[in-house]
Design a protein around this ligand. Sequence first.
Ligand SMILES: [Zn+2]
Length: 281
Amino acid sequence: MGATDCHVHLSPLDGMRPGPLAMLGAGTPELRRVIEHPKAFLEMLDRAGVERAVIINYLSPKVIGYTERVNEFSARYARADPARLIPSGGIEADHPDPKREITRLVREMGIRAIKLHPPHQLFYPNDYLEGRPHPRLREIYATAEELHIPVIFHTGTSVFPQARNRFGDPLHLDDVAVDFPQLTIVLAHAGRPIWMQQALFLARRFPNVWLELSGIPPGRLPSYLPRLAEFASKAIFGTDWPGPGVRDLGANFEAFRALGLPTDVQRAILEENPKKVFRPA
Ligand SMILES: [Zn+2]
């Protein structure tokens, strides 16, 4: 116990576009049960020896079919056990009043992290720079920084239909980390599989940038990130269950534990670091 799964997708399935839904196993009976009953999910965590989970939700009305409803779902789901379930929520890159919206999500609804998915929301994280199309991103980051709420960015590729992968290169976050030095930035999937060097560079350069290892088959981590043990102080683990290719949350944790990483490295990645990024309620 003590471990956090930093990346679990639990969202309402109705309203999703057919392509992405099919890629989530079209909502297997197990997934449907877990989505309806947080208790069933907590039992799944118990079986896996996992204490906490970050419930990932973000907005992507066009590409995935995730509308504002997912924020309400995320917040409500986590109320089943706020000590163990950490809800994330999303916002559009061109929201007219990001400060008010994020403050509402956090203060009124209890959302504890913002998730942005550039390849599914179709923007570059640094699109607030002079002359670029999403100046309001600046206020999104400034507000999250002020409220001490981490921003989780999908980095790396996505094979969902209509995803645009040029937006997945983590190097665009270099600007964000420079301009918002107090903002906690999570690089979900560590730039997998084609930008892992960029992700690693950012996590090494910036104290508040974290490598998040979900969505990579744990058995492949040693070949993707051979020096992982050296950067253990900047890494956190997650499964990305029930994303494509991730059949079983518990098996994913088992595979990570079976890598034979030194005990202190495992403890840092599974237990200690996630508590720095997603602070206990
Ligand atoms: Zn994910």
